[in-house]
Design a protein around this ligand. Structure first.
Ligand SMILES: NC(=O)c1ccc[n+]([C@@H]2O[C@H](COP(=O)([O-])OP(=O)(O)OC[C@H]3O[C@@H](n4cnc5c(N)ncnc54)[C@H](O)[C@@H]3O)[C@@H](O)[C@H]2O)c1
Length: 250
């Protein structure tokens, strides 16, 4: 049995995870942390980590970057591993997460779905073959409630592609602000927001007279919830360090 503290428990992802855990006898949510209490959970909800008086094997976090510092303090003080799925962190916060991993186990990925992690590895292979001669663009689409843009996953894909290129590319987020031809050494990253789109990512490799595209479509939030619960089971009892989906896939 893996005991879980669910941060962001009353949000969309928190609710999906709660539902999933109700039907999985190998996991148990002992408490939630959320600024907003829906009153619909089967476990107690605490407004912040400062108020939390329960312990668990793992924290799963789908909330907001503003929770990071208090969550990592709690994790380090109680030696509780954390699965961080929240997106939208700035560079300083990413460095804070890396530093915290020296003291406690942290599983961090911009995307919890197995399919996206496979897409990342396919993108690396395609870049090795096509990257020097083809233009690379990334298009991501999400629902109209998403706060951050581009998506963390789009950045993850762009970083993976960048690592495979000899000449490090510039990420172009705003072609509108310029009036110039597309230089070779850039990756255009484009965000579309609308309706209830769960999450779509497409990488286009555009060459002379041919285009190769790699696309992933999440049809429901359940893929991310299942990935996070799997990660929590994997992380239980792990030593300090930074873990990712690659550690599970291996
Ligand atoms: N890594 C992945 O695979 C993946 C997948 C889906 C969503 N996400 C990310 O997870 C996060 C949550 O997504 P969501 O769709 O559930 O959002 P949401 O807005 O529905 O839920 C967020 C929850 O966090 C709570 N919250 C916000 N700030 C808080 C604070 N300071 N203290 C306590 N609680 C606070 C809110 O009250 C809310 O209930 C986002 O960053 C999203 O991008 C990641």
């Amino acid at each position: 049995m893996t005991d879980i503290i669910l941060c962001g428990c009353c949000g969309h992802m928190g609710s999906t995870i709660s539902e999933l855990c109700e039907n999985d006898s190998s996991v148990n949510i002992v408490a939630g942390v959320d600024a907003y209490d829906s009153g619909k959970t089967a476990y107690p909800v605490f407004k912040s980590f400062e108020n939390l008086d329960r312990k668990a094997d793992v924290i799963i976090d789908f909330s907001n970057p503003s929770v990071l510092d208090s969550m990592l303090s709690y994790a380090q003080n109680t030696h509780t591993p954390v699965v961080i799925a929240t997106t939208g962190y700035d560079e300083e916060q990413l460095a804070t997460i890396k530093a915290a991993a020296e003291k406690v186990a942290i599983f961090f990925t911009f995307n919890m779905s197995l399919g996206i992690n496979l897409m990342c590895s396919l993108a690396r292979t395609a870049t090795k073959v096509l990257g020097e001669s083809f233009d690379i663009e990334i298009i991501e689409k999400h629902h109209n409630q998403k706060i951050d843009a581009p998506s963390g996953t789009a950045i993850m894909l762009a970083n993976a592609i960048s690592e495979e290129l000899e000449q490090k590319p510039l990420f172009e987020y705003d072609r509108h602000s310029k009036r110039a031809k597309r230089p070779k050494n850039e990756i255009g990253i484009h965000s579309v927001r609308g309706g209830t789109i769960v999450g779509e990512h497409e990488i286009i490799f555009a060459g002379t007279d041919e285009v190769v595209s790699i696309k992933h479509q999440a049809m429901s939030k359940k893929v991310f919830a299942a990935g996070a619960v799997n990660a929590a089971k994997f992380l239980k009892g792990k030593q300090n360090g930074m873990y990712s989906m690659e550690d599970i896939i291996q």
